[in-house]
Design a protein around this ligand. Structure first.
Ligand code: PLP
Length: 396
């Protein structure tokens, strides 16, 4: 069947595809070590679930305003002021079905055909495709592991053109776990200051921080706040991936445009989820602290284990919950008579024969790397490490 031309540039999400294959193997009874998931293994806090149950019982099951219940938009403003020292009013906030929808709506609202968006690589897989879907052109600006994945201001300056409408910042980052320092953010701010574009900050992993402090670019460059769009959500910090709750705060005109997109597509995020989100944002944060402390231990265990394997090298991520391992030293070796030349081939062999699901770096703009999440139990991480050692030992 003939499908729209704009779909031709879109790739299915590699992470979702790999997860689906891993799940299919598990369904057949295979003992798969899944290190591909992008979601916490913790359960949603009980007080959040209770708020949803109360919403259901009280019949709060109807449409809300497209941009979200007024109390929730106010709670988002309070959160942004308290946690991030960023001031927004409720009419500058739109509540969405996940952080993904915030970003998607932003690109739909901002871009005309051929407009450009600067994205740093390695990047979260969905950014370039979302830009394509809106008719825009992603412009990839590489960063280097040696620099802690901090973008080079000079490279940003060179990439900016009269068509650049937006730049996407993601710290802590998926897939690298890198966190931008004050100096890095100041460098980015200086590079874009004189260029009229929107700064989209994807702060989804804000709370998943193991060292240092979280800073939004608006904190180091208050003069840029009028063109700042903050995208965030509850998926990762409150272990609520399935609930679908995100939000964005930014310039009124852009928020209105995003609301228009949402008006004519999904309407409001689930009313029940919104009640749960209100409880989460107004409630205690001790569940987040407990989760982060546990993830820190798992990170240390897993990254140390990876670095102990000859041919694998892994930088300690400062945030998020992914280990991005450099496997370039393994490429060129052969497995079962076939020379492995890409991390995609390596991931496939790992999954098929060693039952470890790790995502290849290629779709993240990081060939030669594999991404593994450490949001699984220590026993499973140890099992994964053992299988990785066995895999490397089987290479020739
Ligand atoms: N941004 C980044 C960097 C992510 O990794 C993800 C999810 O994996 C999202 C946004 C979207 O989160 P949500 O599940 O709330 O749509």
């Amino acid at each position: 069947m003939k499908l729209a031309r704009r779909l031709q540039a879109i790739k299915p999400s590699a992470t979702l595809a790999l997860n689906a294959r891993a799940k299919a193997l598990a369904a057949k009874g295979e003992d798969v070590v899944v290190l591909a998931a992008g979601e916490p293994d913790f359960d949603t806090p009980e007080f959040v679930k209770q708020a949803a149950i109360d919403a259901l019982r009280s019949g709060f099951t109807k449409y809300t305003a497209t941009a979200g219940m007024p109390e929730l938009r106010e709670a988002v403003c309070r959160k942004l002021e308290k946690d991030n020292a960023l001031k927004f009013t409720p009419d500058q906030v739109v509540v969405t079905a996940g952080g993904k929808q915030s970003l998607y709506n932003a690109f739909q609202a901002l871009l005309d055909d051929g407009d450009e968006v600067l994205i740093f690589s390695p990047y979260w897989v969905s950014y370039p495709d979302m830009v394509h879907l809106a008719g825009g052109t992603p412009v990839i600006v590489p960063t280097r592991e040696e620099d802690g994945y901090a973008p080079d201001p000079e490279a940003i300056r060179k990439a900016l053109t009269p068509r650049t409408r937006a730049i996407v910042l993601n710290s802590p980052a998926n897939p690298t776990g890198a966190v931008y320092s004050r100096a890095t953010l100041e460098g980015i701010a200086a590079a874009v200051r004189d260029h009229d574009c929107i700064l989209i900050t994807d702060d989804m992993y804000e709370k998943l921080l193991y060292t240092g402090e979280f800073l939004n670019i608006g904190n180091v460059a208050p003069d840029l706040v009028p063109r700042l769009l903050v995208s965030n959500g509850l998926s990762k910090s409150y272990a609520m991936t399935g609930w679908r709750l995100g939000y964005a705060a930014g310039p009124k005109a852009l928020i209105s445009g995003m609301q228009l997109v949402q008006d004519q597509s999904t309407s409001n995020a689930s009313s029940i989820t919104q009640k749960a989100a209100l409880a989460a944002l107004n409630g205690p944060s001790d569940t987040i602290t407990a989760m982060v402390n546990e993830y820190r231990e798992r990170r240390d265990l897993f990254v140390a284990g990876l670095n102990a394997i000859d041919g694998i090298r892994c930088r300690l991520p400062e945030g998020a919950f992914y280990a991005m391992a450099d496997v370039r030293a393994l490429l060129g070796r052969s497995y079962k008579g076939t020379v492995l030349t890409t991390s995609l081939q390596l991931s496939e062999a790992l999954l098929n024969d060693f039952l470890v699901a790790a995502v290849p770096g290629d779709p993240f703009g990081a060939p030669g790397y594999i991404r593994m999440s450490f949001v699984t139990s220590r026993e499973v991480l140890q099992k994964g490490l053992k299988r990785l050692r066995d895999f490397v030992a089987a290479l020739q």
